[in-house]
Design a protein around this ligand. Sequence first.
Ligand SMILES: [Fe+2]
Ligand SMILES: [Fe+2]
Length: 220
Amino acid sequence: MSKITLKDVRKHPKVKTYIEKANEQMDALGYTEHGSRHAGIVAGVARGIISRLGLGEHEAELAAIAGYLHDVGNLVNRNNHCETGAMLAQSLLASIEMDPDEVATIMGAIGNHEEESGFPINAIAAAVIIADKSDVHFSRVQNQQPITFDIHDRVNHAVQKSYLRVEPEEKIISLELTVNTDSASVMEYFEIFILRMVMCRRAAERLGCEFKLVINDIDL
Ligand SMILES: [Fe+2]
Ligand SMILES: [Fe+2]
């Protein structure tokens, strides 16, 4: 077992550059923020899910690393960014001599994080899926002109607060959102989030939990 931690990964000179470049490409395409802010949040939340559920600190560290690197493939192209991201992670992690078994786990988690072809193949992949899909917040909107907001901008812009609650005893993982319904209707929210929520439910099941979505204190 290697002792590579998220700290080592973040210190890797290429990691910062690649994540920044990936976000530049997403910004150019008009997407919400997919840079080091998103990477850091997904890493922290994925780590929290695994450790709160008592699945071990080593597994939690792997989830954090997978979470941090999950969107790095966007620097190649948004299409197939899971697959390219897994390959980029492989070379980054191999260069700091991470154990191949751990690298393989991380590659699988990155390669399975999107709704089109992803599946919660193991607990780490499941944690990354939930952490990624629950990062919805007004601070992710990079478009400076509200007049040109697309549905993703509108929905993210409307979310004032988002919190992922993990209750290990009750075996419930809830995404709690405070949504300003003036800027996005709950319908719009569902239009883009239904597939993500289905994926979160599946991922929660993989972790032996039920997934709940709570919007403005209403349990949906
Ligand atoms: Fe992604
Ligand atoms: Fe992401």
